[in-house]
Design a protein around this ligand. Structure first.
Ligand code: TA6
Length: 282
């Protein structure tokens, strides 16, 4: 049976469910162009999605892979993480084959976005599943007549059985900004990063694939185009400020984000940029 893509109602919001003959699946909401679920072939759910997430069609959905654009976090005057994750995207492509399923969603400037950020643009997010892989590709197109600069991320919430038993490998030697310590700039000295308290770091110019080991499994986390990697877990004290997360949810998630956070990316009129994140079960 070839791959399949169906339109579904996910908690009252329109979404696409992608599935393959090998048993992989993903759910992508049109709200925010947000991947909400990914199950690799012969695997289990690999993305965290809060049971307390809001599906009101206006708020950001807590979990999955929010698209942060044209601003990462509070690095500018826009709402935190920009407006793409709360906008309604449209489906422009759906493709399936014997063992894959792919869809592309699009967001272009409109009166609401221009009121916040006066630039014509188009975003295209392509989501593809095949076997044990999830491929995400974000294309940013400057469709205007003037240059613009943006920051952003694929803000991936990985689902883990117990965050304290996770080991993230590959960040050794990279410089990072510690958002929890007055934005101090440090260098990762360990081969393995373990999360045993709150962490909110932007690792700069990460040129190596990462490996998340947990529960006897490994997940490859590769990025292309995005120069930075953000690692975030808000831990026990921090989670109290999030009404859309259960108090113990910090143990079930770890954000490993493909980001352009340190420096904004400049795009000349008519230019486009592509950033990717690939997750692969090993
Ligand atoms: O990517 C990490 C981060 O910037 C944290 O500082 C925290 O703000 C997190 O994103 C979640 O932001 P949100 O606006 O989704 O609550």
């Amino acid at each position: 049976m070839p791959g399949n893509i169906e339109t579904i109602d996910f908690q009252g919001l329109p979404a696409l469910r992608l599935s393959t003959s090998a048993g992989a699946s993903a759910v992508v909401a049109l709200h925010g162009g947000q991947v909400l679920s990914w199950v690799p072939a012969r695997g289990r759910e690999r993305l965290y999605l809060s049971e307390r997430a809001a599906y009101d069609g206006a708020s950001p959905i807590r979990g999955g892979v929010p698209v942060c654009f044209p601003q990462f976090s509070t690095l500018g005057k826009l709402p935190r993480h920009g407006f793409a994750r709360t906008a309604n995207w449209s489906v422009t492509e759906q493709r399936t084959g014997d063992d894959y399923a792919l869809t592309t969603l699009e967001l272009s400037d409109n009166a609401d976005t221009r009121a916040l950020w006066p630039h014509p643009f188009t975003l295209e997010l392509t989501v593809a599943i095949e076997g044990g892989r999830l491929d995400l590709e974000l294309e940013v197109i400057n469709s205007g007549h003037a240059p613009f600069a943006f920051s952003g991320a694929l803000h991936t919430y990985l689902r883990v059985p117990e965050v304290e038993e996770c080991r993230l490998e590959g960040l050794y030697g990279f410089e990072y900004r510690d958002a929890l310590d007055d934005n101090a700039i440090r260098r990762e000295s360990g081969d393995v990063l373990r999360v045993e308290s709150a962490i909110d770091r932007v690792y700069h110019d990460v040129t190596r694939p990462l490996l998340l080991r947990e529960d006897g499994r490994a997940l490859g986390i590769n990025a292309d185009g995005f120069p930075d990697v953000v690692v975030w877990n808000l831990w026990e004290d921090g989670i109290a400020q999030f009404a859309d997360m259960a108090p113990t949810d910090f143990r079930r998630m770890l954000c490993v984000e493909a980001a352009a956070a340190r420096q904004r990316i400049e795009l000349a009129a008519g230019e486009s940029w592509v950033g990717r994140q690939t997750l692969v079960t090993l």
